[in-house]
Design a protein around this ligand. Structure first.
Ligand SMILES: NC(=O)c1ccc[n+]([C@@H]2O[C@H](COP(=O)([O-])OP(=O)(O)OC[C@H]3O[C@@H](n4cnc5c(N)ncnc54)[C@H](OP(=O)(O)O)[C@@H]3O)[C@@H](O)[C@H]2O)c1
Length: 408
């Protein structure tokens, strides 16, 4: 039985022409792909706000092209640099830091918010957009991992809508169209298996950050690419699916599908499985959300099944890649565990990306953080942020490193 997290968009939103967009995380992989979709259909959209974080040059170039009234950066130094880079005569409002991003997510002049900031840093803006009744095209899965129940309540109260950008959840969303939600037996997420599929734990002991960043099918930001290599990405997606579709964790299966052509499936009571197939390119899911319920050319090369050849499926290897099971454990145990899981993972990934720990240390660090959690259960966003921060501090200390990477 599916209990979707929100209602569907209103007819007013559907008929808004052009659609008014606040793109948060515009300088990232998802943000850049979203702007390619907008560029291909400029008459359909008006870009009202763009937010990056540290890549001020890229944000300035995007701003010069789209001339939104609002821009967002991480800190005051970035804002000063951005002002210097903007073309003469163009003086948008520049928002700064988490508060600034949250304000941008609630701008009255933007009906649609793309939540594509990375990690827990995306939570504030997603939560603010949900409180203010926006249509949220949600790429930032961490928002649901951390605060799925709160966001569901906000959607019920404000009329906010979530459209899933994450390709697996977008595939499920599409496979559910026209079906009775009561007839769903289970959801099946596909996973590529990442660059280390088939490797033993012994093999994984020596893999480098560079090896881990070489994803076989998807071109993504660094954090999610490492999460794909450890299978934590699938673990976060299982939790995301539970919140998005209102199903229990045992109703969400995972199957490894190395070709990444089948983006996920829904199984119905009669035994049918409805799958979504496509070329592995995030513009399909992004365009689907931005233009829902219309369908436009996303600019993606057509899928040729004959050229794709064999589509294969296998069980995930939970021995070599324990992160998927750690995520399931965190969701089952509740009591703040998903917050601890996510924070420990973000710290471990940043330590791995800066060559300060090894690949197999990532699950060990996360498991230890879960084991040590004192049971603090956050009930609101402030509580989640406090637990997130406390976990990060402890994990850095235990790993013998300081937080010098500037992550959220
Ligand atoms: N990439 C994919 O194919 C894909 C697929 C499904 C879901 N997602 C999800 O989408 C989200 C974005 O992923 P991505 O791959 O696009 O990541 P990315 O390429 O690393 O981009 C992240 C974006 O977030 C911004 N950012 C970084 N730190 C920030 C902070 N502290 N506060 C606010 N913004 C910050 C970055 O700005 P600067 O670059 O200017 O610093 C950038 O705009 C993640 O939650 C990911 O799980 C991604």
């Amino acid at each position: 039985m599916i209990r979707y997290i929100s209602a569907m968009p209103s007819p007013e939103w559907e008929h808004e022409t052009p659609r008014t967009l606040a793109l948060l995380g515009s300088t990232g992989s998802i943000g850049t792909s979203a702007l390619r979709v907008v560029e291909a259909h400029p008459h359909r959209f008006r870009v009202v706000a763009l937010a990056g974080a540290r890549n001020v040059e890229k944000l300035a170039a995007q701003a010069a092209r789209w001339r939104p009234e609002h821009l967002g950066v991480l800190d005051a130094a970035g804002a000063a640099k951005l002002r210097d880079l903007l073309p003469a005569g163009y003086a948008p409002h520049i928002h700064i830091g988490p508060e600034g991003y949250a304000t941008m997510a609630t701008l009255p002049e933007a009906g649609t918010v793309l939540s594509a900031q990375v990690g827990a840093a995306g939570l504030r803006a997603t939560e603010a957009a949900a409180r203010h009744g926006k249509v949220i095209c949600l790429a930032n899965k961490e928002s649901l991992v951390l605060a799925g129940d709160i966001i569901r309540r906000h959607c019920a109260g404000s009329g906010a809508v979530i459209l899933p950008v994450d390709s697996e959840h977008n595939a499920i969303f599409q496979a559910l169209q026209g079906h009775d939600p009561a007839s769903v037996r289970r959801i099946i997420l596909t996973a590529s298996g990442g660059p280390f599929r088939g490797r033993s734990r012994e093999d994984l002991a020596a893999v480098s950050c560079r090896d881990a960043l070489a994803h076989p099918n998807w071109d993504m930001g660094a954090k999610i690419t490492i999460d794909s290599a450890t299978l934590m990405n699938k673990g976060l997606e299982v939790i995301e699916a539970c919140h998005l579709y209102g199903v229990g964790i045992d109703d969400v299966g995972v199957v490894v599908h190395p070709q990444s052509i089948v983006h996920s499936l829904v199984e119905y009571e009669d035994g049918s499985q409805i799958a979504h197939l496509g070329t592995p390119d995030m513009r399909i899911a992004i365009a689907y959300c931005l233009t829902w319920p219309g369908v436009v050319d996303a600019g993606v090369p057509r899928l040729d099944l004959v050229k794709a050849g064999s589509l294969t499926f296998e069980e995930p290897d939970l021995h070599s890649f324990p992160c998927l099971e750690l995520a399931r454990r965190a969701y089952r145990e509740g009591r703040g565990m998903p917050v601890v899981l996510n924070a420990a993972n973000e710290v471990a990934v940043s330590l791995f990306l800066s060559d300060r720990i090894r690949f197999l240390d990532i699950p060990d660090i996360i498991a230890r953080a879960l084991d040590m959690h004192d049971g603090t259960t956050p009930h609101d966003i402030e509580g989640i942020e406090a637990l997130d921060e406390a976990t990060r501090r402890t994990v850095y200390e235990r790993a013998g490193h300081s937080n010098t990477d500037g992550m959220a």
